[in-house]
Design a protein around this ligand. Sequence first.
Ligand code: SME
Length: 156
Amino acid sequence: MNDYDTLAAQLTALLDTRDWLTNSAQTSAFIMQQVPDLNWVGFYLQREPETLILGPFQGQPACNPIPFTRGVCGAAARTRQTQRVDDVHAVPDHIACDAASRAELVVPLLVDDKVWGVLDIDSPRPSRFSAEDQAGIEQLCRVFLAASDIVDEHSH
Ligand code: SME
């Protein structure tokens, strides 16, 4: 089991720029390396209204774009609640990018009360993510957001 306090400290040290693009790439690579049994880690960003656009990630090429109305990622963006799915095969709305994926954790990333994007994590192992993993990954998302200057692409 991961010690997420240690991972949060390591990620804080790794993110030594304010650039959100660099930091999102580093964060996805860091989680992929440090958290066992994952097959995909990455960011989807709301760069068009109500639509998630694929950002930096680790793993197989993935689905793009994803509207807020669809899939586990869309549900996280729409409800602004973390989605923790034990078995994506039981979710009719799930968008299958990689047939190997079984468990999924999607954390909404809110900036100034707007959905900036989501962090999506997939595992080939059913029930991979516990409540502790959810809290730990949410902690890593807070590290990423605190370390990064997020520009609102729609405000100018
Ligand atoms: N399974 C996700 C789509 C993204 S991929 O897993 C990378 C979903 O249902 O939203």
